[in-house]
Design a protein around this ligand. Structure first.
Ligand SMILES: [Fe+2]
Length: 496
């Protein structure tokens, strides 16, 4: 076990290489068009203190770096499933880490932000983020995997001045449920005790924790936030995110217990005012001493809304953020750092990793409706099953059939043939989760969907095979061209 003091000192040393930034935006290159967004902000006299950019083709990232030389850039990664006990054994992991470092270098990024979440586990794939199992063993695995990624950044991810980007771990949203045996703040405290990473606290994600862990039945939102922040390793929070929340289209406007809406993370939706009230409470907390930036996360949102929300957030919070950052920097400067000592990470033993792998296989089977809720990590979830039922029966089928490209639009002819033969598309959901599958490429939900639909049609309606193959080939070609040429975004690329 590494000495927590060494780990904390290592974090402080790394943090010092990141200047205080202020109020920024977390954006996508294409959705909406980043250059148009920056232009419209500038027309209003607004210049984000920094831009955090979501993973995109490297050529596009280089173009951004050249186009806005006056704005510091940071990077929001994707596809490194650091929650998974076998991720380092995947033959794509090294390649994915290498690509991440290349992208970090291409924009001279200050940090790598990655959700503590996954879209793939134990051979099962999903379209949107799922939270990790909140257990001690799971926290240890996350720490070991972050160490590997940070080491790769230390070796190859050099910024001007010779410093390396810092790994920031973001607390993920809950989509109706969570599973585990330890409180979420304790989980993140366990991770930060083992590895010198920073954290991203997303205020909307925090709201979903209040909503979907049953905390709302016990205490007020204000009391929940206060208690959560006292337990969470707030001294490691380097960035705060604020994004929209909304009811999912597969469910509609519903209010559950306590009159609270069933909101989930929704970057295209407006930011509810309650999140700014929560932000005030977070910024006022005495342990928030490492803050470098607060970003509105605005990918997929209309430009007019972004400009309005950003202007309002700057007016309301800029001064407060500057004050909070200055207070933290003063604390840092008064701190003496001991000579650098490498903190050695203890590897997680094979049997523990196998145990966690089995737990993740069960996780995937439970949330896709293939297995009953068993095991201590599902005890609390099973006691209040409304959330997991919502996910299993509404959210996940919608994800497989519509998210990142609707099947009826992707394969219009094949779907017509299937309908004529009385084959319902919902059968594809059960087919998708029928068995785990070895990974054949780096995670790409759109390409996975094409591959699996081809297999489904070949099995269920072999006569439509030529048709589905033709439509699949056209989709793959268009997708490859879109990714190469850096065309404006299409519906099918939005697989975030
Ligand atoms: Fe976020």
């Amino acid at each position: 076990m590494p000495d927590p003091d060494f780990v904390q000192q290592d974090f402080q040393r790394r943090l010092r290489t990141i200047p205080p930034l202020g109020m920024g935006l977390s954006v996508d290159v294409y959705s909406p068009d980043l250059f148009e967004l920056v232009k419209r902000l500038r027309e209003q006299g607004l210049r984000p203190s920094y831009l955090e950019i979501f993973k995109a083709p490297t050529a596009a990232l280089r173009t951004v770096r050249q186009a806005v030389p006056d704005i510091p850039l940071a990077y929001h990664g994707e596809g490194l499933w650091i929650t998974q006990p076998d991720v380092q054994e995947s033959r794509f992991f090294q390649q994915d880490v290498g690509e991440t470092v290349t992208q970090l270098n291409s924009i001279q990024s200050l940090w790598l932000n990655h959700e503590c979440a996954m879209k793939q586990m134990a051979g099962y794939s999903f379209g949107t983020y799922l939270p990790p199992l909140y257990t001690r063993l799971s926290a240890e695995v996350v720490a070991v995997n972050i160490t590997t990624v940070q080491q790769a950044m230390d070796r190859q991810g050099r910024r001007e001045g010779g410093t390396a980007p810092l790994f920031l771990l973001e607390m993920p949203p809950l989509t109706y449920f969570s599973a585990g045996t330890m409180p979420i703040p304790h989980f993140f405290r366990s991770v930060t005790a083992l590895v010198p990473c920073g954290l991203v606290l997303d205020i909307g994600h925090l709201w979903t924790v209040y909503r979907y862990t049953g905390a709302f039945q016990r205490v007020s939102l204000e009391q929940f936030v206060g208690e959560f922040l006292d337990e969470f390793p707030l001294e490691r929070v380097v960035e705060i995110h604020v994004a929209g929340l909304a009811c999912h289209e597969s469910i509609g406007e519903v209010k559950g217990g306590g009159g609270l809406p069933e909101w989930i993370d929704a970057h295209a939706a407006p930011i509810p005012s309650i999140l700014f009230t929560m932000l005030e409470q977070v910024l006022a907390h005495q342990d928030l001493v490492s803050l470098r930036g607060v970003a509105l996360e605005v990918d997929t949102k209309p430009i007019e809304t972004i400009v309005d929300e950003y202007a309002e957030a700057v007016r309301r919070f800029s001064f407060l953020i500057q004050q909070t950052m200055a207070k933290g920097v003063a604390v840092e400067q008064s701190m003496e750092l001991a000579p650098y000592r490498v903190s050695v990470q203890t590897p997680v033993c094979q049997s523990d990793r196998q145990q966690l792998r089995d737990q993740y296989a069960r996780y995937a089977q439970i949330i896709s409706g293939q297995a009953p809720m068993t095991g201590p990590e599902w005890q609390d979830t099973a006691a209040e099953p409304a959330g997991i039922t919502r996910y299993r029966t509404s959210y996940v089928p919608h994800e497989i059939l519509h998210w990142g490209g609707g099947l009826a639009e992707m394969f219009p002819q094949t779907c017509r043939v299937l309908a004529e033969w009385g084959i319902c598309l919902t059968e594809f959901v059960a087919f998708w989760f029928r068995s785990p599958r070895p990974l054949t490429q780096s995670y790409d939900f759109f390409l996975l969907k094409i591959e699996r639909f081809l297999e489904f049609v070949t099995e269920r309606a072999p006569e439509a095979r030529v048709c589905v193959e033709q439509e699949g080939d056209m989709l793959r070609l268009a997708y490859a061209q879109a990714n190469e040429v850096v065309e404006p975004v299409t519906e099918m690329e939005q697989t975030r």
